[in-house]
Design a protein around this ligand. Sequence first.
Ligand code: FES
Length: 569
Amino acid sequence: MKFRSSAWFGSKDRDGFIHRSWMKNQGLPDHLFDGRPVIGICNTWSELTPCNAHFRKLAEYVKRGVYEAGGFPLEFPVMSLGETLMRPTTMLFRNLVSMDVEESIRANPIDGVVLLAGCDKTTPALLMGAASCDLPALMVSGGPMLNGKFRGQDIGSGTDVWKFSEDVRRGTMSECDFVEAESCMNRSAGHCMTMGTASTMASVVEALGMGLPANAAIPAVDSRRYTLAHLAGNRIVGMVREDLRMSKILTREAFENAIRVVGAIGGSTNAVIHLLAIAGRVGVELSLDDWDRLGRGVPCLVNLMPSGKYLMEDFYYAGGLPAVIRELGELIHHGALTVNGKSIGDNVEDAQCYNRDVIKPTGEPLIADGGIAVLRGNLCPNGAVIKPSAATPGLMQHRGRAVVFESIEDFHVRIDDPKLEVDETSVMVLKNCGPRGYPGMPEVGNLPLPAKLLQRGIIDMVRISDARMSGTAYGTVVLHVAPEAASGGSLALVENGDLIDLDVGERRLHLDVSEAEIERRRAVWHPPAPPADRGYYKLYYDHVMQADRGADLDFLVGGSGVGVPRESH
Ligand code: FES
C-alpha cells in the first residue's frame, strides 16, 4: 500500500534526497523512509498554555505506540491557545489555529495525525483544521487536573474562582484567603477539572468517536492517560492502513450523539459554537435548532460543577463518559463508527458506573432537562442560548427592566456605583462583546452582580449579551445573541428601562418595545469602528460569521482535502 508520504520520501531522485537527507540530521535511520505510514503528532504544547504544558511527555507516549505499530512518528507544533493569559480572548484565534493545523498537515508528508489538545479552544481548533484535510486522525485529550483542595474542601477550577471573587466583594471572604486559594485550586498538570469547556470538549471528542474510549476523564497525571496516548499511537497506524478518514466518523449521527452527551454531562454552552463550526468543515448540516430539538428531554446525569458538586477526577473513578453513554440508551445512535474501528455502542457495552451520586441513573437525573435551550425573539432573531442546568429555576420566566452596558469597560466602571439603578428584578444587558464587536466573543457573559445586591444575599439575576461565558460559570445567563450588537442586531438598540421578557420554557426572548420605536433607534445607530485595519484582526473581522454559524471564517467552511501539493524545489 502506497501512502501520501511516499510523494516525499519514496523517490530516488534529487528531491527524494532533499526530503530524506535533511530529516536524517535528527538521527533518523534509513529504514524509517521505507514507505511506512508517517504519523504527524500535532502538538499544542506551550508554557503559555498551562493546561497543555505536559504535552511533550504525552507526545513521547504517542510516539512509542506509533513505532510499535510500524509507523514513523513526527511531532510538530502549532499555535497554542492558553485560556488564562491570551487577550483579548483565545476565541479570536481559534480559526487562525485551525488554519495553522490544516496547512501544516497538507504541506507536509503526513499520512495520519494524532491531535493533542486540552485547553478550551485547542480542541475545536485542531478538529476543524484536520477535518478540512479529511485524513485519518485521532485526538488525545490532555486530561483534567486533579481535584482542587482548599482547607479540606474540593474546589473546582473556574467555578470556585467566580464564587470566591463574589465572596470577596460581598465581604464574606478575606483577600488573604482568596490568595491562598490560588495555590490550592490548580495543583497538577491538566486542564480545568470542572465540567467547563475543556472537559466538555474532551467528552465531545469521545462522543463524536474521535477519541479512544475513556479519553474524556482520565486525569492528566494518571498513568492511564499515558497508556491511552500509547494506544492512540498504535491505533492511528491502523487507521492509515484502513483509510479510516475523519469524514467516515464525523457523520450526522456522530454530531447528534455529541449534542445529547453535552446535555447529559451538563456541558458548556461553548460546545454549541464549536460543534457548529466543526460540522461546517465536514459538510454536515447542523443548526442551532438541532441543539434545541435534540437536547430537549436529555437528562443531565453528571453531577459535576458548575451544574452539580463533583469534579472530573471523581467522574473518572465513577466510570467516566462510557458509563454515561451507556446510560443514555436509545438516545444514542449506537451504530456510529469510532476511531478504534468499532461502533460507539460496542465501545460502551460493558461500561459500568461505580458511583451513582456522580453519574445518576436516567430514572433519577440530576436535572430532568439538561439540554441547552435556544431562544428566539425580536432581541435574537437568529438565536441565543441559555444553559438551564446552570440557571435559577425561578428566573427561567422573567420580565424585567434593562440595565444597559455599552461595553465591558462601561460595565466595570459602573457596576459597583451605589447610584446605579438596579435591583434583583433588573435584566443586565451587555453589548458589543460578540464575534466582531470585541473582537473574538470573549467569556464575559456571566457578568458579576452589583456588590450592593450581593451584600443583600442576591445570588443570581438575568443577564443577556452577545458574548460567551466560561463553561465553568453558572447563572441565568443568555448568551450568543445573534446578530450581535456590533453587526446591528437589535441588542444594539436596547435602552435603559426597556422591558425584556425571558421565557425559557417557550424559548422566547422579547424586547417589549414597539416596532416603530425600534426602527427609529435603528435609523440613528452607528456601527462601532473596526478593531484594526491590517493583519489577522482585519482578516477575522471581515470574514467572521455570527455565533449561530459557529463563528468560523466564511472562507474556511468546508475542506480542501489532503492532496499532495506541487514540489518545492
Ligand atoms: Fe485551560 Fe480551563 S484554562 S482548560
